[in-house]
Design a protein around this ligand. Structure first.
Ligand code: PEP
Ligand code: CO
Length: 447
């Protein structure tokens, strides 16, 4: 039994979903190497995110957490990073305009490289190999060499995260996120669609409002809120050697922060009460999140609060419910009630993706746009019924023209899935489906 937490005490606990690294010495050397590299984010930024999440819990802001299921070493360019940012900025404008609330923007980006798997191995035509666990561990190609867990990939994931974050900081603070650029965020593929035109109309109204304020004598050039945005990073804290190596003591507070991202979450498969992942997250001072699936019990949820937020600090703990559209109305209310009646500080957000995945007869893993929408509606309905706050959404999406999720107003059909199915792991909403969804969530927020 551990009494004092440190970044390595998770090693005393059983830890699910760790790769079977064939060379433990090479792994140890890699972790040492990472330990010497600079932090990616700073403690003060993580504290600012926590105070924004506390606002969310009070109903004074809304979370948009979004990005790829798994980032890829192959999809890494300035254009790709800019376009991922565009779609999130565009959705955030739609949500802010509809709700009148600030939107807390958090990417599944700059570190989302590792995946939990339902089975450690995969068999194709009698050949059994380790499952693909994300680009920070191995490669998707089905051959022995590609599937071997290679610790040097952790270093590559660190450097890709650093470059991605560097560009995100430049874009969000250097003019690209300026409200005057609002039309530029409507990339061609979206602009040509009905949702894109709806966005253009909204952007013109915002232009007019800004001109009106300018004409009234408000000096818009000096208010940084109009010219810059705060954009936070997040990923699943899965490979704990990596997270441990990036955990540093903050010189101001003396607290430990996992400086690989602003927010870290633990997944549905790794939230065992005595497991290494909860042990690790319990000691870092970042805001943390935990996925909650339909089989979670009230006892489990309250014990997660005890473990991850013993001081009951606002904004420290977010529960990301991922129930599935058919289950949310039955499964979520008792959990929300237990948290509410126990006086536990929790920010609730909705992941409408992971409870709605299925495989088509042709073998594609997909999700229906309508199920995603239905789960979000269910989430709003449950919180309305319980007098609690529906704080935001957690989405898997991409700026690309992919055909991975079915439906949306410009129907992706079963027969279209093969056209542009590029996901490394789970199916993502494409840019049109994402903007479409933002408008529909905006309507729920207005309601
Ligand atoms: C994910 O967020 O990609 C994921 C694997 O989620 P979950 O833990 O909810 O299944
Ligand atoms: Co996923």
């Amino acid at each position: 039994m551990t009494t004092t937490w440190s970044p390595e005490t998770w090693r005393e606990h059983e830890t699910a979903q760790q790769p079977d690294w064939p060379d433990p010495i090479q792994l140890q050397e890699t972790v040492e190497h990472l330990r010497a590299l600079p932090p990616l984010v700073f403690a003060g930024e993580a504290r600012r995110l926590q105070s924004s999440l506390a606002k969310v819990a009070r109903g004074e802001a809304f979370v948009l957490q979004a990005g790829d299921c798994a980032e890829s070493f192959g999809d890494f360019s300035a254009d790709a990073i800019r376009d991922k940012l565009k779609i999130i900025l565009q959705m955030a404008v739609v949500l802010t305009y509809a709700s009148g609330l600030p939107v807390v923007k958090i990417g599944r980006i700059a570190g989302q490289f590792a995946k939990p798997r339902s089975s450690p191995n995969e068999t194709i035509e009698a050949l059994e190999l380790p499952s693909f666990r994300g680009h920070s561990v191995n490669d998707l190609a089905f051959d022995e060499r590609s599937r071997r867990a290679d610790p040097t990939r952790l270093i590559r994931a660190y450097h890709q995260s650093a470059s991605t974050l560097n560009l995100i900081r430049a874009f969000t603070k250097g003019g690209f996120a300026d409200l005057n650029q609002i039309h530029m965020w409507n990339q061609e593929f979206v602009a040509a669609s009905r949702q894109g035109q709806r966005y253009e109309a909204l952007a013109r109204q915002i232009d007019r409002a800004l001109r009106f304020m300018g004409a009234c004598g408000v000096d818009l050039s000096t208010d940084s809120n109009l010219h810059e945005v705060d954009f936070y990073t997040s990923h699943e804290a899965l490979i704990l050697g990596y997270e441990e190596a990036l955990t540093r003591r903050d010189s101001l507070s003396g607290d430990w922060y996992d400086c690989s991202a602003h927010l870290l979450w633990v997944g549905e498969r790794t939230r065992q009460p005595d497991g290494g992942h909860l042990e690790f997250l319990s000691g870092i001072a970042n805001p943390v999140a935990c996925k909650i699936g339909p089989r979670a019990t009230t006892t489990e949820v309250l014990s997660l609060c005890d473990k991850l937020n013993p001081d009951n600090e606002a904004g420290r703990l977010t529960f990301i419910s991922r129930m599935g559209a058919d289950e949310i109305e039955g499964a979520l209310p008792p959990l929300v009630r237990a948290v509410r009646d126990g006086g536990r500080a929790v920010t609730w957000i909705c992941d409408p993706m992971h409870g709605n995945t299925f495989s088509t007869p042709s073998g594609y893993k997909t999700r229906r746009f309508d199920d995603i929408l239905r789960e979000i509606k269910g989430f709003f309905g449950v919180h309305e019924g319980e007098g609690t706050v529906p704080g935001g959404v957690h989405l898997e999406l991409t700026h690309e023209t992919v055909t991975e999720c079915l439906g949306g107003s410009e129907e992706v059909l079963d027969s279209n899935l093969a056209e542009h199915y590029e996901a490394l792991c789970d199916p993502r909403l494409n840019a049109r489906q994402s903007v479409d969804l933002a408008f529909q969530i905006g309507e729920m927020l207005q309601g």
